[in-house]
Design a protein around this ligand. Structure first.
Ligand SMILES: [Zn+2]
Length: 285
């Protein structure tokens, strides 16, 4: 295969695991680039309001969101459109009803301590909270289709000396596989390919080191280091510094199995379909 002939020598030694399909998570922060208009029907127009939760519920190391940023959306969206998007795009079951109350009498949504007043009919949206490019902003130049698009490449995990503690190191015969090392090698291959298409591609990490300044010894549970603290540090770097239109998170299925397992596949994650736990956390919701 042409692609494998371009791989560095070190990566070739891992070719047996490359036989298994890598999982490449494309977290399309600018998901609306391909988003289609949702259907206008809603499934359940009548809601019984439960008691709203007053206490703040945050994920580990989460910061309290500034809900006032939503103020400019006051009186812009109708209840029907709000519910349609909530049920069709943003949630997958009725668990949102525990956190978001529809106040029929006052024509508003009560979300924790925040209230969003609905308009009687949809008004033009005041624009996204983020400055992402839309599909219309993409270049028409077929040779440079990604021109001016900022893409963050996040090589998943840490690799190197951290591979063991993050449980992404597997030994098989005389070969050691470190997922975080493989993702970084892949990122170095991917970056010039995207740049050739006109994109500005920025690596979230370019070493076999964490982005967070914390280390495992700072926490009672090492997961709080390599998962929680590290992922939050990467999210901050992406959202506050890189500010990309698009994020590509690279992962391989880091199992010790030589054979392809059923759950190895390519998938794309779009913003939406929040789980019960994500809805419960104010900073993730
Ligand atoms: Zn992974």
């Amino acid at each position: 295969m042409k692609m494998s002939s371009q791989l560095p020598i070190a990566l070739k030694s891992y070719r047996w695991i490359l036989i298994a399909t890598p999982i490449i998570l494309l977290i399309m922060v600018g998901g609306y680039l391909i988003w289609k208009s949702p259907p206008t029907q809603i499934s359940s127009p009548f809601y019984v309001a439960p008691t709203p939760s007053k206490t703040e519920n945050l994920a580990p190391f989460g910061r309290s969101p500034d809900w006032s940023k939503l103020d400019r959306f006051q009186n812009t969206i109708s209840k029907e459109t709000f519910l349609n998007r909530l049920e069709v795009i943003y949630t997958k079951d009725s668990s949102w009803k525990k956190w978001i109350i529809i106040d029929e009498g006052e024509n508003r949504a009560i979300i924790g301590n925040y209230q969003l007043v609905f308009s009687h009919q949809d008004n033009p949206a005041p624009g996204s909270l983020f400055n992402w490019k839309t599909r219309a902003d993409l270049s028409a130049d077929r040779a440079l289709p990604l021109e001016d698009l900022v893409i963050a490449i996040d090589p998943g995990h840490i690799g190197g000396d951290f591979a063991a503690i993050e449980e992404r190191e597997h030994n098989h015969d005389d070969i050691t596989i470190r997922e975080g090392t493989m993702t970084l090698k892949t990122a170095f291959i991917l970056k010039p390919l995207l740049e050739k298409l006109g994109a500005s591609a920025i690596l979230v990490r370019s070493k076999l080191e964490p982005v967070t300044k914390n280390r495992a010894q700072d926490f009672s549970d090492p997961k709080l280091f390599y998962r929680t603290s590290e992922i939050r540090a990467r999210a901050n770097l992406i959202n506050q510094t890189i500010k990309p239109d698009f994020v590509i998170c690279l992962h391989f299925n880091g199992t010790a199995s030589k054979n392809r397992t059923q759950d190895q596949h390519f998938h794309i994650i779009l913003n939406g379909t929040y789980t019960k736990d994500e809805l419960a956390h104010e900073d993730e919701r």
